[in-house]
Design a binder for this molecule. Structure first.
Ligand SMILES: *Cc1c(COP(=O)(O)O)cnc(C)c1O
Length: 453
């Protein structure tokens, strides 16, 4: 079986259920709290923002949830996605390690995000919603949701973080092709945006601010709802199609991973790949190490505190227990825009606290160096976000070369970098600066995070 490069599945092998890891965990995750009363929220508290089908998935205790036929029909445009053995990268690294990558860049939007934008648009359309609002950092989520809204006849208004809006005009063009209206965030269109602009008219913006704007626009409008591209339980749930397929593909070629690696922004592609493998690990069938990789400039898992915080900057969302850098975190404009969020998914945070995951933070120059090695050997130009996972895979492969150990490594290549070429240019010109997020800034931000006991 050593001569395969690409492991494919038939259309009939697309998973027909999403996997919910919560019932399999040794302890349940702490509940989200109402921002005013600090009591656990109920489904009705989320109803102004999300349709009931998604709220029920958010709090579900069922292990498996059927994927609707209408969603599967759209998934068929690009799923199942290929799993590759990185023979050429292994050769360049001269490593005995066996490196596999699950490639999600074959979706129409070029990343894993349509795995959840499609069901989110579907359930909203089914509930009679006319319009969605959302935030986007690098533009990947905004374009994935624009594509999904075009499939199900919904209008879409997107607030894109100002620094990315300026750096990545092609993502805006894509969102507009699919029919969305795009604003830079902070904007003059919402009270939240106007408040932030009054404090600092030149702010680069942040995902937290853009979330406040999208929520503020949707909440009072009976025809509009809000959609989030990461962090929430139902988003992580939808992404498990990645791991379910990868499990089948590895099995098909008789391979078992010793190490799973994923980049973590809000945690959704990482959870999507790793949760089905974690299920098998909890059942005692396999025993891989599972590693999250985040930017050294936005280290929510490795430097953030595990406590209740808001998901947005203004403090309109429920309080969720997660690893956080503080809800008023304004990231430095590093190039992996999709990883610049102040918090980690509460579910990933909880599983990390249970000791079932590892986390490392890596600087952007090391990530781009790995991405360029990857592009020159495997051909695909990775998005800057999964270059973090690739950098960790390269570290491990080099370790294997030094120790002679042969490990099987599986990583999620969750998107291509065709809209991020200016970041590559900055790297190739030697213009990228490595930056450690200072502990003092974390401590300062914590003083503004509510105290909940
Ligand atoms: C959005 C995005 C990320 C970060 O989000 P996660 O929820 O952590 O997956 C990472 N990679 C790509 C390609 C993205 O589009």
């Amino acid at each position: 079986m050593s001569d395969y490069t690409k492991v494919t599945l038939d259309e009939s092998e697309i998973p027909t259920q999403w996997y919910n890891i919560i019932p399999d965990l040794p302890a349940p995750p702490p509940p989200p709290l109402h921002p005013a009363t600090r009591e656990p929220i109920g489904p009705e508290d989320l109803a102004p923002l999300f349709p009931m089908d998604l709220i029920l998935q958010e709090v579900s205790q069922e292990s498996y949830i059927d994927i609707p036929g209408e969603v599967l029909d759209v998934y068929k445009l690009w799923r199942p996605t290929p799993l590759y053995r990185a023979h050429r990268l292994e050769k360049v690294l001269d490593t005995p390690a066996r490196i596999f990558y699950k490639y999600e860049g074959v979706s129409p939007a070029g990343s894993h995000k349509p795995n959840t934008s499609i069901p989110q648009a579907y359930y909203n359309a089914k509930a009679g919603v006319k319009k969605l609002t959302t935030e986007t950092g690098a533009g990947q989520w905004g374009s994935a949701l624009a594509f999904a809204c075009a499939q199900f006849g919904l209008d879409l208004e997107v607030w894109q973080v100002r620094s990315s809006y300026d750096q990545k005009p092609d993502r805006q063009r894509m969102m507009r092709i699919w029919g969305a209206e795009v604003h830079p965030s902070p904007s003059e269109n919402t009270e939240a945006g106007r408040q932030i602009l009054a404090l600092d008219p030149n702010t680069p913006g942040s995902l937290g601010i853009a979330i406040s704007e999208g929520v503020m626009r949707a909440a009072p409008d009976p025809d509009a709802k809000y959609a989030l591209g990461s962090v929430l339980n139902h988003v992580l749930l939808h992404q498990t199609v990645i791991g379910e397929e990868a499990l089948k593909q590895m099995e098909k070629v008789g391979e078992t991973p010793d190490l799973l690696i994923g980049c973590t922004g809000g945690g959704s592609n990482f959870a999507g790949l790793s949760f089905p493998f974690l299920r098998e690990k909890l059942a005692g069938k396999i025993n891989p190490t599972i590693r999250c990789v985040e930017p050294a400039s936005c280290p929510s898992l490795t430097k953030g505190e595990y406590r209740y915080d808001f998901g947005d900057t203004i403090g309109m969302t429920p309080l969720v227990k997660m690893h956080t850098l503080g809800h008023d975190f304004i990231p430095d404009p590093i190039h992996a825009g999709g990883l610049r969020y102040h918090g980690m998914a509460p579910l990933v945070s909880h599983i990390y606290e249970l000791g079932m995951l590892e986390a490392v933070a890596i600087h952007q120059n090391e990530c781009f160096s790995a991405a360029v090695k990857f592009a020159r050997s495997e051909g695909i130009v990775p998005a800057p976000e999964p270059s973090h996972a690739l950098a960790a895979a390269v570290r491990e492969a080099v370790r294997c070369r030094e120790t002679g150990e042969s490990k099987t490594i599986l990583t999620a290549l969750c998107g291509h970098g065709h809209f991020d070429l200016s970041s590559y240019e900055a790297y190739l010109n030697g213009d990228l600066v490595d930056y450690d997020y200072p502990d003092a800034k974390v401590a300062d931000a914590m003083s503004r995070v509510p105290v909940v006991d």
